[in-house]
Write a protein that binds this ligand. Structure first.
Ligand code: GLU
Length: 378
């Protein structure tokens, strides 16, 4: 059986409430979480970056506040989220802390993931945590999100998070082992689909199913998540997480559905830059330029402190931050000598030196692959 996780270096893993919280007692499934933490630590030890999107705040908070109505009014479910989120982050900090892994909590709402300024900032925080070896634990900020501005389900939230950090795969762990041709509980002839090449209207139609009582998303929100992820070049896996060690099981080939990412031209180009070029030079940049690159901007001469190697225009170069870490690779717009002569200079001085009309960036963002969390990201 093949290892479903083998191709991936950066994972976003969404954990549903029904896995973390016992439906009958409302208590945390501590042993299950401990086993999952072992799986996560094993992946991390292989150098894989992990971002967790964890549900369970409302489910845990219900018990803490003695709210047992089957469906809670909005104010009570927000109160439950508020109390439950503390228990949830504590549980994660303890479970991963046992493996020497530090966790960071980030609570998001759609205005953060959709407004560019907040988006960039949240993304920088997540990538900084990854760079520092921590595991970000993300949930929706349910206690303050309003009815109009909320995801409501963590399937779509996790897809946005995955695309935000350019994860190469989003794993949705839930109580189903993937997509079926029809809801299996209702249709005995339903068959399991191991692979979905593209989310067509037929696939949409297969997804009509109900959610379990603790979580909000059913198969519909999972397929919606699949659209967000795959369009941005992130693969998605739906797998059953109810048994212990669900990620280990995936690496041992347990049944799941894989949704193939859509390969965009830009994505293919970046993959090519990353994989097939010999690096013939290095460009060292200051802290401001390093931040700009991590935010998705081009490299300008003003942020360059040192140029080494021997490269011509169009050759591949590695870009290093002030601590000497490689943070990006890209194609240089100028050759070594020209690059050296413009380093530290502003755009005006650059055009004075090289002639008006010269492109002011030394490596354009379209020709650059940023490596976050210290490892290659295409
Ligand atoms: N954010 C919710 C919680 O933590 C869960 C949403 C979902 O189940 O998808 O309780």
């Amino acid at each position: 059986m093949s290892n479903a996780l083998a191709p991936y270096r950066r994972l976003t893993i969404k954990i549903g409430s029904a896995l973390l919280v016992d439906g009958k007692t409302g208590k945390l499934r501590t042993e299950w979480l401990a086993a999952l933490a072992e799986d996560l630590a094993a992946l991390k030890a292989q150098g894989i970056s992990l971002v967790i999107v964890s549900s369970g705040a409302i489910a845990l908070g219900r018990r803490l506040l003695n709210l047992d109505a089957k469906s809670l009014p909005l104010d009570q479910s927000q109160a439950a989220a508020s109390a439950g989120q503390i228990a949830l982050s504590q549980a994660w900090a303890e479970a991963l802390g046992r493996h020497g892994i530090v966790t960071g909590q980030i609570l998001l709402t759609p205005n953060i993931t959709e407004e560019r300024r907040y988006f960039l900032n949240a993304r920088t925080t997540i990538s900084t945590l990854l760079g520092l070896g921590a595991v970000p634990i993300i949930n929706e900020n349910d206690s303050v999100a309003t009815a109009e501005i909320r995801y409501g389900d963590n399937d779509r939230l996790s897809a946005r998070v995955a695309t935000m950090i350019e994860a190469d795969c989003l794993i949705l762990l839930s109580d189903v082992d993937g997509l079926y041709t029809a809801p299996p509980a209702k249709d005995p002839n339903a068959t399991h689909l191991p692979f979905v090449a593209a989310i067509t209207p037929e696939i949409d139609a297969m997804a009509g199913g109900a959610a379990s009582h603790l979580s909000r998303g059913g198969m519909t929100t999972k397929v919606e998540a699949g659209k967000i992820a795959t369009q941005a070049g992130t693969a998605m896996i739906i797998a059953k997480g109810t048994e212990t060690h669900p990620l280990r099981a995936l690496s041992e080939g347990v049944r799941h559905t894989l949704f193939a990412p859509v390969e965009t031209k830009a994505h293919a180009r970046k993959r090519w830059i990353m994989g097939h070029l010999e690096l013939v030079g290095s460009i060292h940049v200051d802290a401001g330029a390093a931040r700009a690159l991590l935010d998705g901007r081009s490299l300008l001469p003003i942020g360059v402190t040192r140029v080494t190697g021997d490269f011509d225009r169009g050759d591949a170069v590695a870009i290093f931050d002030p601590d000497g870490r490689e943070i990006a690779r890209g194609l240089a717009t100028l050759g070594r000598e020209e690059a050296d002569s413009v380093k530290g200079k502003n755009s005006r001085a650059v055009s004075d030196l090289l002639g008006i009309g010269t492109r002011s960036e030394l490596v354009h963002r379209d020709n650059m692959v940023v490596l976050m969390g210290l490892e290659a990201k295409v």
